[in-house]
Design a protein around this ligand. Structure first.
Ligand code: ATP
Ligand code: MG
Length: 379
C-alpha cells in the first residue's frame, strides 16, 4: 500500500516573502527554512492515492516548488566576499567615514535577495561563533544586522522612524530625539551592518531627498556600522553624480564604492557556464515524477536565456510556475511546451518578442542579400 503523503507543515507564514520591517521580522527571516523537499511515494503508488491524499501531496509539492532554491551564483559569491571583507576592515575602524558599498543594477536582477542572503549568512556565522550574544535572556538585545527598505520620496524623519521601528525604540518626539535614541540603540545592540534597500527612492533633486542623503551621511558618520545600499540607476542619481557637483553628493561618493549587478550574459564560455550552473541548481531541486533529468540544463539553456534576458527573477518565475503547472495538469515534467504556455512579466515577454524578431530576421532566406543590397545602395 502507498505510504501516506507528507502533511503540509503547520506554518503558512513565510517571512522571506515580505521585507523585514522590525528586528523580529529579521530574526524570523534568519530562522526561516523553506518548505522541505517532500518525500513522495513511487509514481505507481501515487496514481493509486485517493483524491484527498493526492491533493494534499500535490499541495506540498507546489509549496516546495513555489520556494524553489536560492542560487549562490558567482555574482552572489562576489558580493559575499566584498561585504564580508568590508565588515572585517571596518570592524574596529575609527569613527567617521567608514567605506560602504552600493550595489547598482536594473530591476529584478536579485539585488535585494543577495543582500539578504549574505546578511543572513553573516548573522548565522555570528550565532555559531558567539552563542552567548544570542542567549535567550538577551533575546533581541543583540542586533548585528539592520535592514531598512526605503519608501518612495522618503524624508529624513521617515528614515529615522524606520530605524526606530526596526530597533523597537520609541518613535515619539522630534527627529533629533528619535535619532539620538536610534544611535544609542545601534551602539547598544552591537549593530554592524546596515542595509538600505531601494536607495533610488532618495530623490536628491527634491529638498527632502537631499536632506535624506545628508541624513544617511550623518548615520554613516555616527553609527559604528558598515552601510550597504542597493538601487536602480544609482550612478545617475545625485547621490553619486559628480555632474553639477554639490559638495553633498561628492561627500557620499567619497564614502561608497559602486559596483554593478547585471543580468546573466552569454558572451563568453564562462558566462554561459555560470548561467547553465544556475539552471542546473534549480532543475535539480524539482520534485516531479516524469521530468527528464538535466533536460533544461542540457537542451533549453539558450531558450531560457531568450525568454528571460538572463534575469534570475524571470528564470526563477518560469521554472517555478512551470513546475506548479506540471503538477496541476498531471504532466509531471517541465518541458518546452509547458514553458511556452507560461506568460512572464510584461518586460520579459517584450524582451523575448524582440529576440524572436531578431532571430526571424536573421534566418529569413534572403536576409543576407537584402542587407548587402541595402549596404551597397547606401555606399
Ligand atoms: N540568488 C537567487 N536565486 C534564486 N532566485 C533569485 C535569486 N535572486 C533573485 N531571485 C529571484 O528574483 C526575484 C527578484 O529578486 P530581487 O527582488 O532580489 O531583485 P531586485 O534586483 O532587488 O529587484 P528590484 O530592483 O525590483 O527591487 C526574487 O523574488 C527571486 O524569485
Ligand atoms: Mg529590490
Amino acid at each position: 500500500m502507498a505510504p501516506p503523503p507528507d502533511r503540509e507543515p503547520e506554518t503558512v507564514h513565510h517571512p522571506g516573502l515580505a521585507e523585514p520591517r522590525t528586528k523580529e521580522d529579521w530574526f524570523a527571516y534568519i530562522s526561516y527554512e523553506p518548505p522541505p523537499r517532500p518525500a513522495v511515494p513511487t509514481y505507481e503508488q501515487y496514481l493509486l492515492l485517493d483524491e484527498d491524499d493526492r491533493r494534499r501531496l500535490d499541495r506540498c509539492r507546489s509549496r516546495y516548488h513555489s520556494a524553489l532554491v536560492l542560487a549562490w551564483t558567482p555574482a552572489v559569491r562576489h558580493f559575499e566576499n566584498e561585504i564580508m571583507e568590508l565588515l572585517e576592515a571596518n570592524e574596529d575602524a575609527p569613527p567617521g567615514a567608514r567605506p560602504g558599498l552600493l550595489i547598482d543594477g536594473p530591476p529584478t536582477v536579485g539585488k535585494s535577495t543577495l543582500t539578504k542572503m549574505i546578511a543572513r549568512k553573516f548573522e548565522l556565522q555570528l550565532r555559531t561563533d558567539f552563542p552567548e550574544r544570542f542567549s535567550s535572556d538577551r533575546l533581541g538585545a543583540y542586533v548585528p544586522v539592520v535592514y531598512i527598505s526605503l519608501a518612495d520620496q522618503v524624508t529624513p524623519k521617515q528614515i529615522s522612524l524606520a530605524f526606530a521601528r526596526y530597533l523597537n525604540t520609541p518613535t515619539r518626539g522630534t527627529k533629533d530625539a528619535v535619532d539620538d535614541r536610534v544611535l544609542t540603540a545601534l551602539k547598544a545592540c552591537g549593530s554592524q551592518l546596515i542595509i538600505f534597500d531601494d536607495l533610488h527612492f532618495l530623490d536628491c533633486s527634491q529638498k527632502d531627498g537631499r536632506a535624506s542623503n545628508d541624513h544617511i551621511k550623518f548615520l554613516a558618520n555616527h553609527a559604528p556600522c558598515t552601510i550597504v545600499g542597493t538601487g536602480v540607476d544609482l550612478e545617475a542619481s545625485p547621490l553619486l553624480s559628480e555632474g553639477g557637483a554639490t559638495g553633498r553628493s561628492t561627500q557620499t561618493s567619497g564614502r561608497f564604492s559602486r559596483q554593478v549587478l547585471t543580468p546573466f550574459a552569454l558572451d563568453t564560455e564562462a558566462d554561459a557556464l555560470a548561467w547553465i550552473a544556475v539552471i542546473r541548481s534549480l532543475e535539480d531541486s524539482l520534485q516531479l515524477y516524469r521530468h527528464e533529468p538535466q533536460s533544461l540544463t542540457r537542451r533549453h539553456w539558450q531558450y531560457l536565456h531568450d525568454r528571460t534576458g538572463g534575469s534570475l527573477a524571470g528564470l526563477h518565475a518560469l521554472i517555478r510556475r512551470s513546475a506548479v503547472r506540471a503538477v496541476r495538469r498531471g504532466t509531471e515534467a517541465v518541458t518546452r511546451e509547458v514553458m511556452d504556455s507560461i506568460t512572464l512579466s510584461y518586460a520579459h515577454e517584450r524582451g523575448y518578442a524582440k529576440v524572436l524578431q531578431l532571430k526571424e530576421r536573421k534566418s529569413a532566406p534572403n536576409a543576407g542579400r537584402s542587407n548587402v543590397a541595402d549596404g551597397s545602395g547606401s555606399a
